[in-house]
Design a protein around this ligand. Structure first.
Ligand code: C2E
Ligand code: MG
Ligand code: MG
Length: 598
């Protein structure tokens, strides 16, 4: 009795459960359609008919595949191709409904899963995926938007984000708060990139970004920005560290009252960057130049123009030697425009061969009192400008270094002077100059492939390496180990090296032995007082003695008078150069000059 009763109860319970399930399936917010293998509908719930009805052309829903034929013809093919007795035919197939099927507010996209229940039957589960898709698209748009405003390398906000934020500040009225834009550029970054490789350069840039953020962390927090500094560009706030590209960063600071505050913050950033960076086990010094734009001078200029102004001040900082900041002033715009103008004209000059080389004799000051007029020459570049006339190197070498044109100019001077040198040998035989001095710039030495390029020029022109002397300034030669490596490579080719303008830089007699040079050129500022100032005479004498003790040659630069010539000769200086002997001459004039001395 007991058993009988419970069996009956169980039956009742099972019936109830089945009823509940059917009720659930009937009311479920998901369309369910059971069909045979051909798609003939055996059962469907109200949700399914409401979702499919717009597709039913004749108003009937007899066959699922026929109903879906226009929008999802592949469904029938998938079912036909599914040869297992049961299993998932397809899952969450997204079916966009053409505009002809979807009335306003009605589903625009269906999601259909098809299940093979057994060898005879299929079950389709259909939902309205319209909202889901809209949400996904919105997410994608947001991601793309933030990617479009994020620098891929450093994950900092990028230029667009900085411009946007700056534009907001520029449009602000009535606030006591002032902002400052700091334009930051790493000094000599290209050189680091060239020597350590681009991926090391990338890591250095990421490090620079981190240092900037860390140095401003307190301000960022004050401005309501996340302390980790990965400022959400969309969030906005009182400060922003962004990377514009390359080795250029900007820092936008708001809530300031006086330019002094901006300058103090610039100093703080310079300090933070000055500590050596660890990159791939190397200690890399990466100082920076900062241009500071102070709110108030914008005069209706837009964000791009303001960034341009800050970058002009940055260039001034760089020209002053780097590792410093400069506050923007309107007068700088004009100077920058003039430099840009020279740059453009210099490009034309290179293309139209307005550049040429002059040669200044370097004479031997023999101990017997005689003068050797064939000791050598120094190649000095000139620019024959169509309007300005003859432009001296001082007016364009600096600009050429800044804009990268110095490589092309340097190559031109080296090749041209080697060719002229070889021609003099043919024309003058034994009387031809025995040494050709050519000046080098930092940027040339920074090119990793430069030694090979020099070797190629020597091979092309037939110039003997031992007859070429490359001149570097003191500050350049003493500067860093990469330059030293390059200098040793050049010496390896058999080329001679000279230290130009000695006495004007910061290396001293005591560190002369550290530099891989053969010749020391004593600067004109000493030589011009050789006959009148005891102090300068002693300095010249000491330089000659130290150089001699190291097996180095000496040249006195800028000799203008007989008295100066006599004075440096008395100090046992081996060679002299200056207007007293000759001004720089064009190639043919030099040949005549040498002829006249014989
Ligand atoms: P530097 O290498 O020290 O060249 C000597 C400069 O002193 C030359 O000026 C020369 O004309 C001038 N000079 C020579 N003797 C006298 C003299 O007795 N009195 C006076 N007052 N000046 C004298 P320049 O040609 O104007 O060149 C200036 C500087 O420009 C050079 O100094 C050198 O550093 C640079 N330079 C010239 N040509 C090139 C070049 O092809 N490449 C590079 N990178 N720099 C160059
Ligand atoms: Mg020189
Ligand atoms: Mg010099």
């Amino acid at each position: 009795m007991q058993t009988l009763h419970s069996e009956a109860a169980m039956q009742v319970e099972q019936i109830d459960a089945y009823e509940a399930l059917v009720q659930f399936l009937y009311r479920a917010p998901i369309g369910l359609v059971q069909t045979n293998l051909d798609g003939a509908v055996e059962m469907l719930n109200p949700m399914a008919s409401s979702l499919l009805m717009p597709l039913a052309r004749d108003g009937g829903l007899d066959n699922l595949f026929a109903t879906l034929e226009d929008v999802a013809p592949q469904l029938k093919q998938m079912a036909d191709g599914f040869d297992q007795p049961s299993g998932v035919v397809c899952e969450a197939l997204r079916v966009p409904l053409g505009s002809e099927y979807s009335a306003p507010g009605a589903p625009q996209v269906l999601s259909i899963s098809l299940l093979k229940l057994d060898p005879e039957r299929l079950m389709a589960a259909i939902t309205d995926a319209t909202l889901e898709i809209q949400r996904e698209q919105e997410n994608l748009r947001r991601r793309l938007r933030s990617a479009a405003r994020t620098d891929a390398l450093t994950r900092l906000p990028n230029r667009s984000a900085a411009v946007e934020q700056l534009q907001t500040l520029l449009g602000r009225t009535g606030s006591e708060d002032r902002f400052a834009l700091l334009f930051i550029n790493c000094d000599r970054f290209r050189q680091i990139n060239d020597t350590l490789g681009q991926s090391a350069g990338d890591r250095l840039l990421t490090g620079v970004g981190d240092r900037l953020l860390a140095a401003l962390a307190d301000r960022m927090r004050a401005g309501g920005l996340p302390a980790n500094g990965r400022i959400d560009p969309a969030a906005g706030g009182a400060g922003l560290v962004a990377r514009l590209g390359g080795d250029e960063f900007v820092v936008l600071l708001d809530g300031l009252r006086h330019p002094d505050e901006a300058e103090r913050l610039a100093l703080r950033l310079l300090d933070a960057l000055a500590r050596p960076h660890q990159v791939d086990g190397h200690e890399v010094a990466c100082r920076a130049s900062i241009g500071v734009f102070w709110d108030g001078g914008a005069d209706g200029r837009d964000a791009d123009a303001v960034i341009g102004d800050a970058s002009i001040a940055m260039v001034e900082a760089k020209r002053a030697g780097g590792a410093r900041h400069v506050l923007f002033e309107a007068a700088m715009r004009e100077r920058a425009a003039r430099r840009a103008d020279i740059e453009a004209q210099l490009r034309t000059a290179l293309a139209e061969e307005q550049l040429f080389v002059m040669y200044q004799p370097v004479v031997g000051l023999n101990p017997d009192g005689s003068t050797d007029h064939s000791a050598g020459v120094e190649a000095l570049v000139r620019w024959q400008h169509p309007v300005r006339g003859l432009v001296p190197p001082f007016d364009f070498i600096g600009v050429a270094e800044e804009c990268g044109l110095i490589d092309a100019i340097g190559d031109f001077v080296l090749e041209r002077s080697c060719r002229d040198f070889m021609r003099w040998r043919e024309q003058l035989g034994d009387a031809a100059p025995r040494l050709m001095a050519v000046n080098l710039s930092r940027a040339q030495l920074a090119q990793p492939a430069w030694t090979a390029k020099v070797a190629a020029i020597l091979a092309r022109t037939g110039m003997p390496a031992a007859s070429l002397q490359l001149e570097v300034t003191e500050s350049l030669a003493a500067q860093d180990e990469h330059i030293q490596v390059r200098l040793h490579e050049l010496k390896g080719l058999g080329i001679k090296l000279a230290l130009d303008d000695f006495g004007t830089g910061y290396s001293s007699l005591s560190s002369l032995h550290l530099l891989p040079v053969d010749t020391v050129k004593i600067d004109r500022s000493f030589v011009c007082k050789a006959d009148t100032s005891h102090h300068h005479r002693v300095l010249i004498e000491a330089t000659v003695k130290v150089a001699q003790s190291l097996g180095m040659n000496t040249v006195a630069e800028g000799i203008e008078t007989q008295a100066q010539a006599d004075a440096v000769r008395a100090q046992a200086c081996a060679k002299g150069q200056g207007y007293f002997y000759s001004r720089p001459l064009v190639s043919n004039a030099l040949v005549e000059w040498i002829g006249a001395q014989r």
